[in-house]
Design a protein around this ligand. Structure first.
Ligand code: GCB
Length: 647
C-alpha cells in the first residue's frame, strides 16, 4: 500500500546501527555561513486516491505550480490548521513543499565550499530533491537530517535552485510513534477507498515541516562532530573531548575553553584530549544555585593539511549526573525534579517552531519555579535545549516511542528503527548539559511477552551510546512491567481519581502510597512521578469539586502533593505535572477540543492549578535547593525568592 510503503521509493533503506556522520547544530563561525529558508513555501497535498500522483507524475521534476494548483504554506509550521479546510486538517498521505532560492555566488564559485541542506525536522517521512535530483530521504519526525547539495546546485549555477520536499505523515506498525491505516470496506457505511489513521497516543498527529530549513557551508575539510563528557575533582573541572574530522587525514586541531568573561581557561591540542579548568564554574540547575546554567564556550579550530580551516564553538556546561538507590544527583548533590511535561503545540502553527512561544514558555516555567521538564513524547527543537542549557532548566529527553500498544510493533523491524532513533537522538543532544536522562518510550504495552527482550536491547544499546541514566515511562497499572529491571530511574504515570475511580478524590492518597511502595520494594531505584493530573476546562467551577472543574484539578494536585511530601524524604526524586499547557488531540468523546490537563490554557493563561504549583515549587526550591543554605552573601536572592512566594 503506497500510503505507508515508504521504503520502496528508492533503495531499500538498510538501518545500520551507529550513525557515521555527526549532526552538529548549525552555528555561524568565521568559516561557516548560514542561509535560512524559512518563510512561505509553495504547497500541495496529494489527494489522489492512492496518494501517489506526485511520484507517478514526477512533481519534483518541474516547478510545483506547473503540475497543479498550489497554495502558500509557512515553514516552519504544521500544515494542518493553516488552511481553512477540515480535509487538510485531517489529511493523511504525501504533501509537497517547494521553494526557490538564490545561492550566494561566492558559495558556488569556491568549489571547496561544502553546501549542506538541513531540515530541522519534518513529520514523518521525507524525500528531498534539489533541482529535480533526489538528495536524501529520512524516516521520523522530531529529528534533523541533512544532505550535501553543492554538486547538484553547481550544475545549474546561474538560476535559482529549486528545493522540493515531499512529506508523508502516515504511521504504520513499524514507525515511531506507531499507528495503523484501516480501510473501511462496508460500502453501506463508507465511500469507496475510505480509510482512517488509527493512533494510540493522545496528541494531534500534526505534520509538515516543523523546524527550520537551512543551507549552511563548511570548508571541504571540516569538523563533523564533537563529543564532550564532563566531571570535576574538588574545584577542578574536567572536560574530556573528542573531535571527528572529515576531509583530512592529518588534521591539526586546537581547542580552547573560554569563560563567560571571555577569558580562556584551558587549552588542548589534538582530536581527543582533556581540558582542565581550575576554579571551575559548574553548571547548576535553576534554583539550585545563584548562578545557574553556567556555560563555557569550547572553541574548536581545525587546520587541514590542504590549508582548509574550520572553526566551531560549542557551549559546554561542566556537571555530573549520578543515580543511587534512592537519589538523583547533579554535581553530587540530591536533585528533586519539580517540573512539567510539555508538548510542542500551539494554535495555528501546531508543532511548528515558534520563538515567541518558546520564550514565553520558559518565562512561565521560571515564574512557576519549575526546574525541569520532560520532552513528552518526542525530541523537542534543539533551540529549546539551548535555552534550557542557558537557564539551567533540567531536561528528560524522550524519543518518539509513544503508543507502542500492538504486539506486532515489538518485531525486529521496529526495534531496529527504535535503535536508530535513539542513536539520532543521542547524537543530536549528547552535549547539552541540561539533558540529564534519556527516556526510550512512554507507556508501551510492557506486559506483553516480547516487550522484555525488546526493552533490554533498547536500553542497553542506549547506555552503550552515552553514560547518562536511561528510563522509560511506565503506566502504574502495568504490574508486570518488563522494562523496569533495565532502567536507572523508575518513572511512573498515574491518574488516580481520574481514569481510575473517577470522582473519588479520597482514594488518591492510599493508591499513591501503594504505587510508590510497590515499585520501590520491587526495584530499589529512585522514582519520579512522571505524570499525574486531571482535566480542567478553564472557567468551569464547582464546590465541592466536580470533575473537569478548576477546583477538581486543584484538589487532585493537593492530594498527590501530600503523598509526594512524605515520599520525597525517602526515594521519590521528582514530580512532573501533566501537563504544562492544554494541547490539541485527535477528536474523541473524552476530549473537549483537546486535552485540558494543562496548568495553562493553550494560549498560556494560568488556571487555578498554576498558582498552586507556583507556590509549591518555590517552597520546594527553598527547601531542597541550596537557596536556604546560602550565607549572608546570598540573602538578597533568598529574600527575592521569598518575596515572590508571598506576593
Ligand atoms: C498519559 C499519556 C499522555 C496523555 C495523558 C492523558 O498517560 O502519557 O500522553 O495525554 O495520559 O491525559 O490521558
Amino acid at each position: 500500500m503506497w500510503l505507508v510503503n515508504f521504503t520502496c521509493l528508492t533503495v531499500v533503506w538498510t538501518w545500520c546501527h551507529c550513525l557515521h556522520a555527526g549532526m552538529l547544530f548549525p552555528r555561524e563561525s568565521p568559516t561557516r555561513e548560514i542561509k535560512e529558508l524559512n518563510g512561505l513555501w509553495t504547497f500541495r497535498a496529494d489527494f489522489s486516491q492512492n496518494r501517489n500522483a506526485g511520484f507517478e507524475k514526477a512533481w519534483f521534476k518541474r516547478p510545483l505550480s506547473e503540475t497543479g494548483p498550489v497554495i502558500d504554506m509557512p515553514v516552519p509550521s504544521s500544515f494542518n490548521d493553516v488552511p481553512q479546510d477540515a480535509q487538510m486538517r485531517d489529511f493523511i498521505g504525501w504533501v509537497w513543499y517547494e521553494r526557490e532560492v538564490w545561492v550566494p555566488m561566492r558559495w558556488l564559485q569556491d568549489q571547496s565550499t561544502r553546501i549542506v541542506l538541513r531540515v530541522g525536522s519534518a513529520h514523518y517521512y521525507s524525500v528531498v530533491w534539489v533541482n529535480g535530483v533526489l538528495v536524501t530521504e529520512h524516516e521520523g519526525g522530531h529529528l534533523p537530517f541533512e544532505a550535501e547539495v553543492g554538486a547538484v546546485i553547481r550544475k545549474d549555477a546561474g538560476i535559482p535552485c529549486r528545493i522540493t520536499i515531499a512529506v508523508n505523515n502516515t504511521l504504520s506498525l513499524n514507525t515511531l510513534p506507531p499507528g495503523t491505516i484501516q480501510y473501511m470496506t462496508d460500502h453501506s457505511k463508507y465511500p469507496p477507498g475510505y480509510f482512517v489513521q488509527n493512533i494510540n497516543f493522545d496528541f494531534f498527529n500534526y505534520a509538515g515541516i516543523h523546524r527550520s530549513v537551512l543551507l549552511y557551508t563548511t570548508p571541504e575539510a571540516y569538523i563533523d562532530d564533537i563529543t564532550v563528557q564532563t566531571t570535576f575533582l574538588d574545584s577542578t573541572g574536567i572536560v574530556n573531548y573528542s573531535v571527528a574530522v572529515v576531509g583530512s587525514d592529518r588534521p591539526t586541531v586546537k581547542v580552547a575553553l573560554v569563560g563567560k568573561d571571555g577569558r580562556c581557561v584551558a587549552t588542548a591540542n589534538g582530536t581527543t584530549g582533556i581540558l582542565k579548568v581550575a576554579e571551575v564554574n559548574l553548571w547548576w540547575p535553576y534554583l539550585m544555585h545563584d548562578n545557574p546554567g553556567y556555560l563555557y564556550s569550547m572553541e574548536v579550530r581545525l587546520t587541514a593539511e590542504s590549508g582548509d580551516k574550520d572553526s566551531y564553538a560549542l557551549p559546554v556546561g561542566v556537571r555530573t549526573v549520578n543515580v543511587t538507590e534512592s537519589k538523583f544527583l547533579i554535581n553530587s548533590k540530591p536533585f528533586y525534579f519539580h517540573g512539567v511535561n510539555k508538548h510542542e503545540d500551539s494554535d495555528i502553527r501546531g508543532k511548528g517552531f515558534d520563538w515567541p512561544l518558546i520564550v514565553k514558555d520558559f518565562n512561565l516555567l521560571k515564574w512557576m519555579g519549575a526546574n525541569s521538564f520532560r520532552t513528552s513524547h518526542y525530541p523537542y527543537a534543539e533551540e529549546i535545549l539551548d535555552v534550557a542549557d542557558r537557564l539551567g532548566i533540567v531536561v528528560i529527553d524522550e524519543c518518539p516511542g509513544v503508543g507502542i500498544k500492538d504486539i506486532r510493533s515489538f518485531d525486529p523491524i521496529s526495534l531496529d528503527h527504535h535503535l536508530v532513533v535513539m542513536e539520532e537522538l543521542v547524537r543530536r543532544d549528547k552535549n547539552h548539559p541540561s539533558v540529564v536522562m534519556w527516556s526510550v518510550a512512554n507507556e508501551p504495552a510492557a506486559e506483553m511477552p516480547p516487550a522484555g527482550p525488546y526493552f533490554k536491547q533498547l536500553i542497553s544499546h542506549t547506555k552503550s551510546l552515552d553514560s547518562r541514566p536511561v528510563t522509560f515511562i511506565t503506566d502504574s497499572n502495568y504490574s508486570r512491567d518488563q522494562g523496569a529491571p533495565y532502567v536507572d530511574v523508575i518513572c511512573v504515570n498515574s491518574y488516580f481519581s481520574w481514569y481510575h475511580d473517577p470522582g473519588h478524590l479520597e482514594v488518591i492518597s492510599i493508591q499513591l502510597h501503594s504505587q510508590f511502595d510497590d515499585w520501590y520494594r520491587k526495584y530499589q531505584k529512585p522514582i519520579i512521578q512522571s505524570e499525574y493530573g486531571a482535566d480542567a476546562v478553564p472557567g468551569l467551577h464547582s464546590d465541592p469539586p466536580t470533575m473537569f472543574t478548576e477546583e477538581y484539578q486543584k484538589t487532585v494536585l493537593q492530594n498527590y502533593h501530600k503523598v509526594f511530601d512524605q515520599k520525597r524524604k525517602e526515594f521519590v526524586v521528582g514530580e512532573l505535572i501533566w501537563n504544562f499547557a492544554d494541547f490539541m488531540t485527535a477528536q474523541g468523546i473524552t476530549r473537549v477540543v483537546g486535552n485540558k490537563k494543562g496548568m495553562f490554557t493553550r494560549q498560556r493563561q494560568p488556571k487555578t492549578g498554576a498558582f498552586l504549583l507556583r507556590e509549591r515549587y518555590w517552597r520546594i526550591a527553598n527547601e531542597t535547593g541550596v537557596l536556604l543554605h546560602f550565607t549572608c552573601k546570598h540573602s538578597a536572592l533568598f529574600l527575592c525568592v521569598y518575596n515572590r512566594l508571598v506576593s
